[in-house]
Design a protein around this ligand. Sequence first.
Ligand code: C2O
Length: 575
Amino acid sequence: MVNLVTTFKYVLISLLYLCVHNMVHVMAQWPKGGSTRFYDFKVQMLKVNKLCNTRDIVTINQIYPGPVVYAQEDDRVVVKLTNETPYNATIHWHGVRQILSCWSDGPSYITQCPVQPGQSFTYNFTLVKQKGTLFWHAHFSWLRATVYGALIIYPKTGVPYPFKHPYEEHIVILGEYWQQDLVQLERTVMASGKGAPIADAYTINGHPGPKYNCSANDVYKIDVLPGKTYMLRLIGALLNMESFFSIANHKLTIVEADGEYTKPFTTDRVMLGPGQTLNVLVTADQKIGRYSMAMGPYMSAQNLAFQNITAIAYFHYLGATQNSVALPASLLPRFNDNLAVKTVMDGLRSLEIGNVPKEIDTNLFFTIGLNVNKCGSKTPKQNCQGLNGGVMAASMNNNSFIRPNIPILQAYYDHINGHFTEDFPGSPLKFYDFVNGAPNSAPNNTGSTYGTRTKVLKYGSQVQLILQDTGTVTTENHPIHLHGYSFYVVGYGSGNYNPQTASFNLVDPPYMNTIGVPVGGWAAIRFVADNPGVWLMHCHLETHMAWGLSVALIVKNGQGPMETLPRPPSDMPRC
Ligand code: C2O
């Protein structure tokens, strides 16, 4: 198997420049100085041997985890995706703000039709004022379980990191692995009405590590020199779980979250939900030895099964013997340690004073949570295996999002009627005790409505959005991701949101693209809707998204070409 190349020293960057093509492009609007990085992404099957079994997984270029996309702030990135598998595919550039390039965002049936077998599509976007660790992943069915990779954006030439330059940098991607066909798995789960089976393994850069069967040598390892400081670019690419990460006997200092610098915050462990990235500094300041880097479950919902075997990688000091026993990863919190999650969240502050919107003109309030809907099937034994013989669902403002048959962006742009509605409510139709109650005739009716509902925002709206977890079925920490934007997380708390008692940080809140809304609690985010297009907002736990925990925000055009979404690229795939 091809191994992920993760060591990347600064010296090499200059070499990289020589290797990538440069292209003069006439786009007077963009900050100049950016190069264009060309990548060829072939969606291809790869035979892998994992957990005592051989199977074919979907990959990019037969690399797993996928190829790293390297760029620099303000660069243009051009990726030609060619699909050589029997599955449909798209790629989403998670965390890329896609200024005026919504067509390249990637979520299937939201901004584009999937790229069908044998077809291709070229993604083209600019990393306007963006740097740091982001990632890319498939956005069709559940393919992203194996189709993901890092997107590393270096600062502009000559601009240092705002901390002592690490000796080396390594990419550490947390994932989940299934022995099944992921497209089939989604179909089976959706047809059953119940939840997804647990993953067969957690993985660190694709490796489960020694605690899993047949995996003694399927282990990721970082070689370190005593006394040196390393930067780990942690990426949460899990499918259906959130996870803790720690290194035995070593402290982690967070310096960046979701591709934005933070004030340094030192901790023993971090939590990453799918969609979240963190840069942490680790100093090899312990006795020579081989230490475990461990990844394990964070499960805040009640009564749900999950994989409980820790994935282990090695933090290996030069001079430690191969067979020196790995120290136990004693620092992983218990699976339901909500306090451990809160402690890190409390420590996240933007490095600099943020540009937080102060004059809010659009106040939104979305509930997020699970539902059980009535069985409507003639074969309930097959299709209604959810709680109480019902069908599991998930919703925002109690609406379960239905994926349309043609992309919403296309329907919106070409004025094709009948594929979506614009009636997504800006706040819940009914206020009740969200954390302890049920939306309809409490306490028993836990149902949601279904529809392809969108929320339309005027260009330039100054938005505050309260995300409120519900306990209709079970409370849970939901990693909510917004496409096309980062947002300031100005507040969060437990219980029902109460404007009288909520306290906000309008000075240096973290600027993120995915927020883990606290279990049984709420989070308040702010952003200016200044990027026209159709932007999906959803829970990044894949089952929840399949169940409908999403909404599409339509941001209208403003004035003139810099506030108007350009025409679609000519090679836009057809459905
Ligand atoms: Cu990383 Cu719509 O997702």
